[in-house]
Design a protein around this ligand. Structure first.
Ligand code: NAG
Ligand code: NAG
Ligand code: NAG
Ligand code: NAG
Ligand code: NAG
Ligand code: NAG
Ligand code: NAG
Ligand code: NAG
Ligand code: NAG
Ligand code: NAG
Ligand code: NAG
Ligand code: NAG
Length: 457
């Protein structure tokens, strides 16, 4: 009953909205605001004492100066944020991070604090810093020596400890700005953005291990996402980073996300939607544009991931002008994800999936890397194993029958790094395509060569 309703709905959508290239929704995307920073009438300077935890004093300043104020972390000063902090009830606050903030350089000390951290959790972990309010500007520094959060993650990666890790920060703000922030060797996840009307510019992430390569399981920087975005009206303009997970991951609840002008290196897991629909959850993401990115050595360029048995919808998502350099799989979609390292595929007894509608991959160019995975592969089968994936696939689509509509790949020109364009292949099961979908896809859905096809619908 439920399923036939979906199919009817699916078919009617197919008729009404059959041309994926209609990306008119993009004109309604939040474009970001570059002026109108918060007004402040006083300035409060954060004190520092060598060899002591500065967190209590920092929190005090945030309580005393939470309205129409500028809070200054002094240039040249390395602050010890040895305890998790909440900077809340802020209204019209500019946080000038001219100096730097440091987590404890001691794994056990961080774990003990995380175990009792009262901050509201993100999707993945509890943030070390929780920022909440309206009209808040987290302002980094143009100087190389300031505006940084230091996580001392290298020692965590070296011993492979993934217990009680913090997310670096949650920026849960209505009308906010983040600019020129540097994230240096985070333990794991970087910034979580659940807010509304957020503009982020010139972000820098260094989550590459100092002594290892993308293909090595030793010292791999697991879960070092640059951004987790769950909010609405968010612009990210300017990103440069090396990490071992998504540069940007757009998750449940996100609407109107524009992420542009970025570089992702080391072993990024891409520009991602999801994961969505875990444990049957009804998750939605709408109106997302990733534009003008270079992905180097990444596992994925563009990625969509929803769990077996998920529910909900991802609608109006575009990846455009993506340069891939030695990227394992430039374009990857799965509606059937499960933890392959934790046992067999769970039974999808209800026959549900997180639906896809109006998804465009446009103007991808560059080279495909030879290794379909990276140092995160520490199990057999590998968490991201795909039968037949061999470093020649430009596109892998693992779709759920009849629930992916208006998928389109245009101007995709990628080749294996040691091969030629005619060696490029795809993995796609035509029996999963919705009726008529081959006519809008732009390439032949098959397990075989990459062959472009005319878009006739
Ligand atoms: C998705 O885009 C279509 C047209 O391109 C538009 O009609 C529709 O409203 C958009 N969906 C959302 C949720 O904005
Ligand atoms: C923030 O505001 C809430 C409600 O307005 C209040 O309960 C809470 O104590 C405030 N927190 C701080 C740290 O000022
Ligand atoms: C690290 O922190 C733990 C727990 O606070 C402490 O017992 C230990 O002495 C610290 N180690 C160093 C080298 O400071
Ligand atoms: C963000 O703040 C809102 C209230 O303003 C709260 O409901 C929500 O849980 C917060 N989100 C996160 C991820 O902290
Ligand atoms: C580098 O990797 C090794 C493990 O092979 C580790 O023992 C060592 O501490 C690492 N870190 C640095 C900074 O050299
Ligand atoms: C990670 O840290 C936890 C808590 O301190 C500890 O029990 C565990 O043995 C550590 N694991 C590794 C692999 O170091
Ligand atoms: C976000 O910005 C839009 C456009 O400026 C505005 O209409 C809307 O009210 C803002 N939302 C909030 C929650 O402030
Ligand atoms: C998911 O939730 C939306 C409302 O948020 C609802 O319209 C839709 O029917 C739900 N889908 C499923 C499969 O439960
Ligand atoms: C295609 O993408 C590349 C970046 O990879 C960009 O330089 C080029 O201008 C784009 N082409 C068009 C027609 O937009
Ligand atoms: C491409 O990636 C592979 C596997 O990660 C690596 O061995 C190789 O050196 C890379 N090639 C270039 C040219 O960077
Ligand atoms: C799925 O269902 C089949 C047949 O009902 C059963 O044999 C199998 O154990 C189930 N698998 C899981 C992971 O529950
Ligand atoms: C999709 O449905 C068709 C029948 O319409 C069936 O033959 C095929 O096996 C299904 N594919 C998958 C992957 O479930």
């Amino acid at each position: 009953m439920l399923k036939s309703t979906f199919v009817t709905l699916a078919l009617s959508l197919l008729v009404v909205d059959s041309v994926a290239a209609d990306q008119s929704w993009q004109s309604s995307l939040w474009k970001g605001s570059y002026g109108g920073y918060p007004y402040y009438s006083k300035t409060c300077v954060v004190p520092h004492k060598d060899g002591q935890d500065d967190s209590p004093e920092i929190v005090k300043v945030f309580q005393q100066c939470n309205k129409n104020a500028q809070i200054v972390f002094k240039e040249g000063v390395d602050y010890n944020m040895w305890s998790p902090m909440s900077w809340v009830n802020l209204s019209g606050v500019t946080i000038s991070l001219n100096g730097n903030l440091h987590l404890p350089n001691n794994i056990t000390a961080v774990q003990q604090k995380v175990a009792t951290n009262p901050n509201p959790p993100s999707n993945y972990a509890i943030p070390w810093i929780y920022i909440q309010g309206s009209n808040v500007y987290l302002k980094g520094s143009s100087s190389k020596k300031g505006g940084a959060f230091h996580g001392y993650g290298q020692q965590w990666w070296d011993i492979g400890n993934r217990t009680l890790r913090p997310q670096l920060a949650t920026f849960n703000v209505t009308k906010g700005w983040i600019s020129k922030i540097k994230v240096i060797k985070p333990v794991a996840w970087g910034f979580n953005i659940p807010g509304v009307n957020i503009t982020i510019t010139d972000h820098f992430v260094d989550a590459a291990p100092g002594n290892s390569t993308r293909d090595s399981t030793i010292s791999f920087p697991f879960n070092t996402d640059g951004f987790n975005m769950a909010g609405q009206n968010i612009v990210l303009d300017g990103y440069y980073g090396h990490n071992g997970d998504d540069c940007v991951s757009v998750v449940n609840g996100a609407r109107n996300i524009l992420a542009k002008n970025g570089y992702c290196g080391f072993s990024s897991h891409g520009l991602s939607i999801g994961s969505l629909g875990r444990n049957g959850a009804n998750h939605t993401v709408k109106n997302v544009l990733f534009k003008d990115w270079t992905m180097e050595g990444a596992v994925y360029g563009a990625r969509f991931k929803s769990w077996t048995g998920g529910r909900g919808l991802a609608e109006n998502v575009t990846w455009q002008n993506i340069k891939v350099v030695n990227v394992s799989t430039p374009i990857f979609v799965t509606q059937n994800y499960y933890d392959q390292d934790k046992g067999p595929r769970p039974n999808n007894t209800e026959g549900t999936s997180t639906h896809l509608n109006n998804i465009l991959f446009d103007n991808f160019s560059g080279t495909i890397g030879p290794n379909p995975t990276d140092g995160t592969c520490i199990s057999n089968p590998c968490w991201n194993y795909v039968q037949g994936a061999d470093g020649t696939q430009a596109i892998i689509f693992d779709l759920f029958n009849n629930t992916a509509l208006n998928l389109q790949a245009t101007r995709v020109k990628t080749k294996p790094i040691k091969g030629s364009y005619s060696d490029t292949t795809v993995i796609c099961d035509p029996s999963t395509l919705a009726p008529g979908e081959q006519n809008t896809l732009g390439f032949q859905c098959q397990r075989g060569p990459f062959v472009t096809t005319p878009i006739t619908a």
